[in-house]
Design a protein around this ligand. Structure first.
Ligand code: GLA
Length: 390
């Protein structure tokens, strides 16, 4: 199957329209008559933001059993698994049909989902799958509406560890929180098998999803592959820092490192911001065509350590101007990111005491150099400087 780097420019205006509609309808519905009492006590959530890989931006719906196996094998060979990327998530495009007894079956590209899950587990991965809470998925394939518990049981039988629950084709009168609650309850009934529940419901999910034992919730529409859009999503996420915790995570969408047209500096900026935001790190590109510098960005141990830090404190923006300064508290010390939104380089005098930080030495993650502070620092256009205090 030909690998295709997908960028949904074609769907962009449609997605934006969908977003606006869902935001307004969803906000009204979310505030209506949701019954939260039916949801079982959550299993302990994953203590850190999930890390993994998804089919979506690399392959769209052109996916198959063999493609998933190849990409998982590539993650072992290139060191991504060892760096912490553990979920292998099949996004939209695997669904086939629902039979007369209501059971959901994959299409012929996926002859045996249980065997695929077993294979991923045997390699040390966890297995993720996609479905929609409406009648259809966002790409028009069969959705889980009316079959939430049955589909949850099917996924559990296949050994699924992660369910991405998208919102498309919602019937009038249905509310997203009540359908999310049904799926959550059904998944949590299996007490021995923790399943990450990841939702794409854009009606301020951070306000209600934690009560439904949701582990991560999208905070913005799909990425468009541009630097500007990536920054816009990161800014929106930074305003929601209070809502991300050990209970669940704000999800700004997937890492585009290797996908789309971002430069290396822009790739580093995304990895920096996603690490600072304690965002799930879900790579979404064709891993068989990942360049060495892109792989280095995705697997940098210091960037990942900032993301997975046990303190679980998403960053806040402490200064905006010529450059932006983001600050994140770590279990030991601080991470500081200096972001240059301009296209040309900028030199900035960084004095940590301006941000109430008493520190005189830091490690710069991308250049792998120790920096004595205060100091003048040059930040590349659309680039960033990513410091960890020592
Ligand atoms: C929506 C989601 C994407 C992807 C597609 C699949 O657009 O936001 O992440 O899952 O659906 O159709």
């Amino acid at each position: 199957m030909a690998a295709r780097q997908f960028f949904p420019h074609q769907r962009h205006s449609l997605m934006s329209l969908r977003f606006i509609l869902l935001l307004s309808i969803g906000t009204m519905l979310a505030c209506s008559t949701t019954d939260f009492s039916t949801v079982a006590d959550p299993l302990p959530p994953p203590p850190h933001p999930a890390m993994g890989w998804s089919t979506w931006y690399g392959f769209q719906t052109h996916i198959s059993d063999s493609l998933i196996r190849q990409q998982a094998e590539a993650m072992l060979a290139n060191g991504m698994r060892q760096a912490g990327y553990e979920y292998v998530n099949i996004d939209d495009g695997w669904q086939g049909y629902r039979d007369v007894n209501g059971f959901l079956h994959p299409n012929s590209n996926f002859p045996d989902m249980k065997a695929l899950g077993d294979y991923l587990h045997s390699l040390g991965f966890k297995f993720g799958i996609y479905t929609s809470l409406g009648r259809k998925s966002c790409d028009g394939l069969v959705g889980s509406f009316g079959h939430e518990a049955q589909d949850a049981q099917t996924f559990i039988d296949w050994g699924v560890d992660f369910v991405k629950y998208d919102l498309c084709y919602l019937d009038a009168g249905e509310t997203a929180p009540s359908l999310v609650g049904k799926m959550s309850t059904a998944l949590r009934k299996n007490e021995k098998h923790p399943v990450v529940l990841s939702i794409v419901v854009l009606s301020e999910p951070w306000r209600w999803a934690p009560r439904l034992a949701v582990n991560m919730w999208r905070i913005a529409p799909d990425e468009t592959g541009t630097y500007k859009n990536m920054l816009r999503i990161a800014d929106a996420d930074a305003r929601l820092a209070l809502f991300a915790s050990g209970v669940g995570w704000n999800d700004p969408d997937m890492l585009l490192v290797g996908a789309g047209g971002l430069t290396l500096d822009e790739n580093r900026t995304q990895m920096t911001l996603w690490a600072m935001l304690s965002a799930p790190l879900i790579s979404s590109t064709d891993l068989l065509h990942l360049g060495p510098s892109q792989l280095e960005v995705l697997t940098d141990p210091h960037a990942i350590a900032v993301n997975q830090d046990p303190e679980v404190q998403p960053a806040t923006i402490v200064k905006q101007g010529l450059v932006d300064v983001w600050r994140k508290r770590l279990a030991e010390g601080w991470a500081i990111a200096i972001i240059n939104r301009r296209t040309e380089p900028v030199t900035y005098f960084l004095d940590p005491s301006d941000f109430n930080l008493q520190t005189s030495v830091a490690y710069e993650i991308w250049t792998k150099q120790t920096v004595t502070l205060p100091s003048s620092i040059t930040v590349a256009g659309h680039g960033c400087v990513f410091l960890k205090t020592l």
